[in-house]
Design a protein around this ligand. Structure first.
Ligand code: ACM
Length: 678
């Protein structure tokens, strides 16, 4: 109950984050083994670092970044001169430099000990130090005497080797600055793969010098130059993050054909797709020239991406053209290929040979997992968690993405518990070894550079914890307790999620920004969380200003359960939240004539008012042990059903409190019959 109360204080009221109680930590991801002590290592302007092990430029850059972040918290300059081991505040001891280019088998383990006299961070290689420095920054707290690092003994190593984020820059392009701050955030939560989805129907985003019409005709001039790509790859490597490029073929490739129509079948001209979905133009797998092109292209572009893995896409291949074109069907017949799925496998077989010729290992979406596929491929499961197990049983290495689509506007708790290797897995220990890890996917149909931070963060941090921490770390309430300071720390990196709603709603709200900010505390976007259905849309509506898991609504159902159990802090917090929700309808009505967005929010505000009424009545009844007659129950169920199923208004916002109100209504129904009121 204490933990729930702490959460209520943190999440359902606007008060500042209080200093953590002793012997709890706010680490995210939670280390493999951590023992806290009551010791405090003071942090002030005298903070110094000593390097006891190897000294490499990458290590020194990581140390400088840490000093800059600490210095901002301490508020005064900190020395850049290394101290001796005996006197330093922090001793860093990496036994080896480790590989220059991050790889799947890097040893990311480290040990961190913080005593009142000194911190000592040891690791087998520099990347372990990079991981440990992030933990160290998360051990910082404050008391009346100032800042300190909490005493701790930590032995840490990741559970999975492959812990990634896919970022789609085709549907919407993201500038280098967005990519770099995303990499900073990834490093903070110990993710190690940046999967860069660089081409799709809606845009080809890389400068090719061998085939310049790819970017000239396929990108609307939004592409990364080769020098920008080198910069990003180096930036990621400095943070222990691999960069795996994806060029999605043979489907999802309309943007290639605008400049090079000979790669596909049928008459052009072809155009960049502006809408979302799958499209018929597909690469021609029957022509040798297709493979010659891909060979030269991969030969050129693999020079920019030193990672061992190369993602070939392979998802959602529309077989319409292959079915309809007589010359394709004739070719299939001549080569004894019976189905379009087999033709896709034939394409993959040829493509794999090219990828391997350029010294890369192919990765593909699970549609490539078909009879005849060489087991050299890594399968990325997106259509269901079961596909990962099926492919492991067939001898393929795999990564899981199906439960981690963060473009879906679901709360952090929904992403937290799904596990690449769930406790009830039926895989043998050898097959489990083939499960490399997982990747969250940030598809970008509805995101812009303005909104993307709020779509990734802070929810990605809880997925990162799933991939790094022991499987036993799975308490949702404690996750939300730690997510709050984690989110604040992400803000320190320049990630803009914390002020997203206020910033986005400002142009919509006239002089009534507070009303809209209040509204956005209790709603989330439906579905994919964006307005419009083409690339040309400005994505600047209320739905774009809303976030999937607003802090004021975190774990409301958990708080409702605590309220039912009698937690007075939880009861008070819910009363405050429901009272605020109930008032929005009237506040928006008062400005409806002069603020169009107030009209757009009218329906959802009316729904919030009804939910708040049922919530407050239920709270009252559970406190008084006054259960209700069947009419009250039916009325409350009707409110919940209509709110849950409604497409509310033009901007499709969805109340966050439906589950919490259901917990309360169920609690009223469960009261013993003897206490029923007449
Ligand atoms: C996918 O979401 N089509 C991989």
């Amino acid at each position: 109950m204490r933990a729930i109360s702490a959460l209520v204080i943190t999440c359902l009221s606007p008060c500042a984050v209080t200093a953590q109680a002793s012997m709890t930590h706010t680490l995210m991801p939670v280390p493999a083994a951590v023992t806290l002590s009551n010791d405090r290592l003071r942090l002030d302007s005298g903070f110094t670092i000593a390097i006891a092990g190897v000294r490499t430029p990458r290590l020194e850059r990581a140390i400088t970044r840490t000093i800059v972040r600490l210095e901002r918290r301490i508020g005064v300059p900190v020395s850049r001169t290394y101290a001796t081991g005996r006197t330093a505040t922090l001793v860093i001891d990496a036994a080896s430099a480790g590989p220059a280019i991050p790889g799947l088998d890097d040893d990311e383990s480290y040990q961190l000990n913080v005593s009142p006299r000194q911190g000592v961070l040891k690791a087998p290689s520099v990347v372990g130090v990079i991981r440990g420095l992030e933990t160290l920054l998360q051990l910082q707290d404050a008391d009346q005497q100032g800042l300190y690092l909490q005493g701790a003994s930590i032995h840490d190593a990741p559970r999975f080797r492959w812990r990634g984020l896919l970022l789609d820059v085709s549907r919407h392009f993201e500038p280098v600055s967005v990519i770099e701050r995303t990499l900073d955030g990834m490093a903070m939560v110990k993710l190690n793969v940046f999967h860069w989805h660089l081409s799709d129907d809606q845009g080809f985003r890389v400068e090719s010098r061998v085939f310049p019409r790819l970017q000239e005709f396929g990108s609307d001039s939004f592409f990364y130059t080769q020098s920008e790509i080198r910069e990003i790859v180096a930036y990621a490597a400095d943070r222990g993050i691999r960069v795996m490029p994806e060029f999605d073929v043979p489907g999802h490739s309309s943007a290639w054909f605008v400049g090079y129509p000979e790669l596909t079948i049928g008459q052009g001209p072809f155009a960049i797709a502006r809408r979302w979905g799958t499209f018929a133009p597909t690469m021609d797998p029957t022509r040798e020239s297709t493979y010659k092109f891909l060979d030269r292209f991969i030969g050129e572009i693999s020079g920019l991406f030193p990672d061992q893995y190369w993602h070939i896409g392979g998802d959602e291949v529309d077989p319409t053209q292959w079915k309809q074109r007589a010359e394709i069907q004739a070719w299939m017949k001549a080569h004894h290929i019976a189905t379009e799925a087999a033709l896709h496998t034939e394409f993959n077989r040829r493509l794999f040979a090219i990828v391997q010729k350029h010294d890369r290992i192919p990765v593909g979406w699970n549609e490539i997992f078909q009879p005849g596929l060489p087991t050299t491929a890594v399968i990325q499961s997106w259509t269901g968690s079961n596909v990962l197990a099926m492919s492991a049983k067939a001898g393929f290495r795999g990564i899981l993405s199906a439960p981690y689509y963060i473009d879906h506007q679901k709360p952090a708790s929904d992403f937290y518990l799904p596990d690449p290797l769930p406790a009830n897995t039926d895989l043998t220990p050898e097959q489990q070894q083939l499960v490399l890890g997982g990747e969250a996917c940030m598809w970008s149909e509805y995101v812009t550079p303005e909104t993307i931070d709020s779509r990734i963060w802070p929810r990605l941090a809880v997925i990162a914890e799933r991939f790094w921490s022991p499987a036993s770390v799975n308490d949702v309430t404690d996750m939300y307790r730690r997510l709050d300071p984690t989110s604040t720390r992400l803000g320190e990196l320049g990630i803009t999620h914390l002020d997203h709603s206020r910033r986005m709603v400002r142009p919509l709200a006239g002089d009534s920004i507070d009303v809209f900010e209040s509204l956005l505390r209790f709603v989330r976007p439906r579905d994919f969380g964006g307005s419009g259905d083409t690339q040309m849309w400005p994505h600047s509506g209320l739905i774009d200003a809303a976030v999937a898991d607003p802090r004021a609504s975190w774990n409301m159902a958990g708080v409702a359960r605590a309220a039912v159990a009698g937690d007075t802090t939880a009861i008070a917090a819910l009363q405050r939240a429901f009272t605020e929700m109930r008032g929005l309808d009237g506040r928006l009505a008062a400005i409806r004539d002069r603020v169009p967005a107030a009209q757009q929010a009218a329906e959802v505000a009316a729904a919030l008012k009804e939910l708040a009424r049922v919530g407050l009545e239920s709270l009252e009844r559970t406190q008084q042990k006054a259960t209700a007659d069947s009419g009250w129950r039916a009325g409350s169920d009707a409110v919940l059903a209509s709110v849950a199923s409604a497409r509310i208004g033009r901007w499709t916002l969805r109340p966050t409190s439906i589950d919490a109100v259901r917990v309360l209504v169920d609690a009223v129904s469960a009261l013993p019959p003897s206490r029923r009121t007449p």
